[in-house]
Ligand binder design. Structure first.
Ligand code: SF4
Ligand code: SF4
Length: 188
């Protein structure tokens, strides 16, 4: 179990779970804990709580535990779990909603993950696609490790695997409009 400082009160936890379910358009109560989601998850081995256990935490109102889990940031949004679930629980969307809530509540335990997330989304918002060199620079500046992974990044740049300058895609304005609409709806 993670450190239980500043735990969210139970009534507030129920409200947050209802919000997360609403945002994910799914219900945690449909889950009967068969474990098919965890069995198919390609990154479950690296998670502190595999997908099935994340759902169980929510069923037990332990939303604080779920929001502080590394799992929600390790999740690659591949949607295998949602596709395999015999009860149609959209776990991938729940993971997404949990990430948004953790950011909104300032419950991100790993600042490096948050910096990566911000760098990635910032690039997509500006250019309509991910800009790897920008993510690297943003992440390293935000985490105070300016030269982190430079021994890997520089050769990749030399070989043209990572572009130094960003390229804006044709539909970048439409992508920006999606971000604006999301912000109007209360998203990040
Ligand atoms: S596959 Fe569906 S029903 Fe089975 S444990 Fe995962 S969420 Fe629950
Ligand atoms: S969406 Fe996330 S939790 Fe689900 S299988 Fe993919 S990586 Fe695992």
């Amino acid at each position: 179990m993670k450190e239980a400082s500043a735990l969210i009160p139970v009534t507030a936890e129920k409200a947050i779970i209802a919000k997360i379910e609403h945002e994910a358009h799914t219900s945690i109560n449909h889950c009967y804990q068969c474990g098919k989601c965890s069995a198919g998850c390609p990154v479950a081995f690296a998670m502190d709580y595999p997908p099935r256990q994340i759902i169980r935490l929510l069923q037990l109102d332990l939303v604080d535990e779920a929001l502080r889990a590394d799992s929600i940031w390790i999740c690659a949004s591949c949607e295998t779990c949602s596709a395999r679930c015999p009860r149609n629980v959209d776990i991938a969307s729940l993971m997404d909603a949990l990430r948004r809530e953790a950011l909104a509540e300032g419950l991100v335990t790993d600042k490096k993950v948050a910096a990566f997330n911000e760098g990635f989304l910032g690039g997509v918002k500006r250019f309509g696609r991910s800009f790897e060199a920008g993510i690297l620079l943003y992440h390293n500046l935000k985490t105070g490790q300016l030269f982190k992974d430079m021994e890997l990044g520089l050769p990749m740049m030399k070989r043209g695997k990572i572009e130094l300058m960003p390229h804006r895609i044709k539909g970048s304005q439409e992508v920006q409009a999606i971000f604006e609409r999301t912000a109007q709806m209360g998203g990040e």
